[in-house]
Design a protein around this ligand. Structure first.
Ligand code: R5P
Length: 310
């Protein structure tokens, strides 16, 4: 078994390699002056099981193309099998046609990864679980909720907790975290008048004097979470903590979070945000590397991955 890293998140790839006491395959991934991507594997990988680690994070198009070209290079180098390890699966938010005449990007990206030659996919907190069905390959969707639950139990001593889904789509995720913490659930009724804009209509459940734990898969512009935090505070919540798997953090999201009423935002390192969040005292990054490393080990040894979440 060997690990190859794309350029999207080298710090995470190195941590996974360290966990597995392995080295990253020697490769050259660079750009021609016109922006085209060039990939070359600089060592023999004939007959090896290869795990290529690459997030489809910003710049999403370049990182996706890099992933596809790496898979193609691995296939043409006679790898025995290729697992696409995609900590952040971008383009997943368009998973159905919500209005007529739109694309379903999650399906197209799944087709591209399959066509490029991947034999298996490993990812973390897919935006919608059913995207697994867009692949006719095994897909292991890992969950960050146990990591979040451990952190909450250690860091938040207040016992008057409640888990919050920031929109109806996030109910299952918030319920799963609530179950691990043995606390109740409230739901924010969010509407999107336009892409990139969010509006809170209502909060379903009583949050008065409670310490609220909002949980979601993605924080992008920050609008969803900041509006949800304000709505909770307006309804008497004591304090608001936020746990998000993927810190997309586009535009001035970090600046907005710093100024918001969010006490602490915890994200994982599925996206490399080292530089971006350095100045934010209320943003903390938890590493997902040991969970991913353990899953890779289990896939490699053909042992259960789901046992990790029992
Ligand atoms: C949407 O369904 C996702 O789960 C997130 O709530 C959304 O992508 C967050 O976006 P933003 O931070 O831009 O409001």
């Amino acid at each position: 078994m060997k690990l190859l890293s794309g350029n999207s998140n080298k710090p995470l790839s190195k941590k996974i390699a360290k966990f597995l006491k392995s080295k990253l395959v020697n490769s050259s991934i660079r750009k021609f002056s016109d922006g085209e991507i060039y990939t070359e594997i600089n060592e023999n990988i004939r007959g090896n099981s290869i795990f290529i680690i690459q997030s489809i994070s910003s710049p999403a198009n370049d990182n996706l193309m890099e992933l596809l070209l790496c898979i193609d290079a691995l296939k043409r180098s006679s790898a025995k099998n290729i697992t696409a390890v995609i900590p952040y699966f971008g383009y997943a938010r368009q998973d159905r046609k919500v209005v007529p005449r739109t694309s379903i990007s999650a399906k197209l990206v799944s087709n591209l990864i399959t066509k490029a030659g991947a034999d298996r996919v490993v990812t973390v907190d897919l935006h919608a679980g059913q995207i697994q069905g867009f692949f006719d390959l095994p897909v292991d969707n890992l969950f960050s909720t146990p990591i979040f639950a451990r952190h909450i139990k250690k860091k938040i001593k207040n016992k008057n907790l409640i888990c919050i889904a920031p929109d109806v789509g996030g109910t299952e995720r918030a319920r799963a975290l609530g179950k691990l913490l043995n606390v109740g659930l409230a739901i924010v009724d969010k509407r999107r008048p336009k892409p990139g804009q969010s509006q809170v209509m209502n909060v379903i459940g009583n949050v008065k004097d409670k310490t609220c734990i909002i949980v979601d898969d993605i924080i992008d512009s920050g609008g969803t979470i900041i509006n949800a935090a304000k709505a909770l505070k307006d309804r008497g919540a004591k304090e608001v903590f936020v746990y998000i798997s993927h810190g997309v953090l586009s535009g001035d999201a970090v600046k907005k979070i710093k100024k918001s009423m969010i006490k602490n935002l915890v994200i994982t390192d599925t996206i490399d945000n080292e530089e971006k969040v350095k100045s934010a005292k209320n943003i903390e990054v938890l590493s997902i590397s040991s969970l991913m490393g353990e899953a890779i080990k289990r896939i490699s040894n053909s042992t259960s991955v789901s046992d990790l979440f029992k």
